[in-house]
Each structure stands twice: as structure tokens, then as C-alpha cells.
Ligand binder design. Sequence first.
Ligand SMILES: O=P(O)(O)OC[C@H]1O[C@H](O)[C@H](O)[C@@H](O)[C@@H]1O
Ligand SMILES: [Fe+2]
Length: 208
Amino acid sequence: MALFEPGIGYVDIAAGQLKGATNRYMKTFRDLEGLYEDAEAFAAIVAARGDEVAYEVTDYKPSANAGDIIIGVTRMEPGKVGREYYMTRGHIHARPNRPEMYYGESGLGVMLLESPAGDIRTIEIGPKAMCYVPPFWIHRSVNVGSEPLVMTFAYPADSGQDYDVIAKAGGMKSRIVDDGKGGWKAIDNTAYLARPQALIDSIMARLD
Ligand SMILES: O=P(O)(O)OC[C@H]1O[C@H](O)[C@H](O)[C@@H](O)[C@@H]1O
Ligand SMILES: [Fe+2]
């Protein structure tokens, strides 16, 4: 077995980036078509700033081997599409029994989690909060603050991301919206389609 070299990166909170990262991943507003309930408000944002970066991930990925780890930083713009706060696409890990850790650096976020059967959890992530995303939970970050949301994360290197699990259900079961008092609340996504039991069973049975 060949050894990897140790590595180091620096969390640049102001830039919202991991300096020394090996990968950079960006999503523009235009890339986020279909995520938000208010299609008209989304079209207006795409017209005004479609090519701007909505969120960015810089990470250090030594390999995709089982037992290895990916560490990085994510930065999300603040704002709303209509009443709905900016969010990531969200995913379940392609190997669904892989977990993830998120650590708040700056700004205020909500981790929106959904089990395959449609149970919802919301975890607020402010500076120094460490959030455990358990195996099998679909997860999405939402910026509910007025500043950029910057978080550090770590997850097993062979996790992978599956986006279809959300797309096929018409989105996640809840949406995170403005509560009218400067905060946020979770409301039902009226387009949500519950997963068939056979699909839930097949996700929960994957232990590789
Ligand atoms: O993959 P998305 O749902 O677009 O979210 C963007 C990113 O969010 C987090 O930072 C994860 O750790 C990344 O693995 C993921 O790629
Ligand atoms: Fe993840």
C-alpha cells in the first residue's frame, strides 16, 4: 500500500474558500433552474444575475478511495427567490450510508434533512456549530442569514452525490422560507411526491 502525503489547507472565512484546495465547484443562479417554488422570481434573478456564483465549494480530495476523506469549504450567497431562501441543490450520498460533518464558520444556515421515507429535520448552523448529517439522510444547505454562509465540511471520499432522489420527488418535502419576522420557517412543498416503498427499501438496504 502506497502512502499519501499529509496535506494542509487554510479556511479563508472572508473569501469563503479553502486555500490549498485541489478542486473548485461552482453553481451559478442559472444552474439552479427548477429548485425554487416561485418560477417568476427565479426568472427575474436569472435575468439580472444568472451568471453570478450562487454557491461555491473548494475542497481537498486526496482520492476517492473507501476509507479516505474529503475536506472543504462551501460559501453561499445570501438572498431569496420570492420568499424562499437561497439553497444548494441537495443530495443523498450515492453510497447512501455515508455521513457528513458541517462546521459553521460565518453567517447563518439551516441544514435541511429528509429521510427517504420523508421525515424532515432542520438544524441551524451558526459560527462554531458542528452538524452531524447521519447516513441515509438527504441534505441541503440553506442560507437564512443576511451575510454569506461559510461552512467547513468533511465526508467519506467514496460517498458520491445522487441528485435524482430529490428531482424525482418534486423537491424536498419542506421549503425554507421567510417567516415575515426576519427569520425562517419550514413549510410544505406542495409539489412533493412521496417515494414508493420499494425505493425507500432499496435505499435503506444499501450498505456497500
Ligand atoms: O452538491 P450540492 O448539493 O450542489 O451541494 C454542494 C456541496 O455541498 C457540500 O459542501 C458538500 O460537502 C459537497 O459535497 C457538495 O457538492
Ligand atoms: Fe453530502
